[in-house]
Design a protein around this ligand. Structure first.
Ligand SMILES: C[S@@+](CC[C@H](N)C(=O)[O-])C[C@H]1O[C@@H](n2cnc3c(N)ncnc32)[C@H](O)[C@@H]1O
Length: 280
């Protein structure tokens, strides 16, 4: 049976396809820190085939040629997006968020302007969760002095974060009263973040591999969750060190419970699970 072009199953059969995949894998690691071990070749090839088709390329060899030609930022952005895993949701990993609310937020309250960075923000669920936690813990007045920056390497997820409309499935871990207080229903099974929370968050595209980071003011706290395990160890350490340099003395780092950084010999001091601090 002949399948229409868009249904052609992804496949790698030739040596030139293998070589193209290896070249793209190398580019992703070098430029973005995103490491695909060889055992994930099938997944990577499937994701890249979609990009190849969308640009009208016949195979991954053509895609890799376009990718490696410096003028094709459109192809580069599409490959970065295709290679990234954007899974996220509101109130992810409540045990770390509880420590953040009990230990970190009361300390942050002493600052006139509170600057927090969600360093791999995906669609913004984490950034908006932080704003809601701050309002719930410190009172809604804090929102006027809260500045949250969400950054991600993938342009489409940054655009979605900016819009601030989320499907109901992103709220499976969100308390019903909190959902009602901070979101309004819109469209079918969707919720829009309310203005007072929306106003605290700004989103930008940014590659964590591009160091040092370009901030003129340092952050009081940085969330770096569910991203480090896509990086190889030297990139994990370099990222954590660059975040350290972008954090105020006495500032905080929040990681995922699944990504302990204790063995990575960085300058961060462990406080409790998922919470680290830069000495004052
Ligand atoms: C699994 S999501 C994590 C989202 C959120 N932090 C959380 O814990 O739910 C990982 C995000 O990291 C982004 N990412 C991957 N490589 C990156 C890089 N080099 N620089 C910035 N963001 C990157 C991906 O696009 C993806 O949206």
């Amino acid at each position: 049976m002949n399948l229409p072009a868009f249904e052609t199953p992804p496949h790698r059969t030739t040596a030139s396809e293998d070589a193209a995949l290896a070249r793209i894998r190398g580019w992703l690691s070098e430029r973005c820190g995103i490491y695909y071990p060889a055992r994930k070749d099938a997944l990577l090839a499937q994701r890249l085939w979609r990009v190849a088709r969308s640009f009208g390329h016949a195979d991954l060899a053509q895609l890799s040629e376009a990718l490696l030609s410096t003028s094709r930022t459109d192809v580069q952005l599409a490959v970065m997006h295709a290679a990234s895993t954007n899974h996220t949701y509101f109130f992810r990993e409540p045990e770390v968020l509880k420590s953040f609310a009990m230990t970190v937020l009361p300390d942050l309250a002493r600052h006139g302007e509170i600057r927090i960075w969600s360093a791999a923000a995906s669609t913004g669920d984490e950034a908006y969760t932080i704003a809601i936690l701050a309002a719930e813990t410190l009172g809604p007045e804090v929102l006027s002095r809260l500045r949250i920056l969400g950054t991600d390497i993938s342009e489409p997820v940054v655009a979605r974060a900016e819009i601030g409309v989320f499907p109901a499935r992103q709220f499976a871990q969100t308390d019903a009263a909190v959902l009602k207080r901070y979101f309004e229903p819109t469209g079918i099974e969707q919720y829009r973040v309310r203005d007072q929370i929306r106003a605290t968050c700004t989103f930008r595209r940014m590659n964590l591999k591009a160091q040092p980071y370009p901030f003129s003011k340092r952050f009081n706290a940085v969330f770096c969750r569910n991203i480090l395990y896509y990086f190889e160890q030297p990139d994990q350490v370099a990222t954590l060190e660059a975040i350290y340099d972008s954090t105020e003395p006495g500032g905080w780092l929040v990681t995922s419970v699944t990504e302990s950084i204790r063995d990575l010999s960085t300058r961060w001091q462990p406080v409790c699970t998922g919470i680290y601090r830069k000495p004052a």
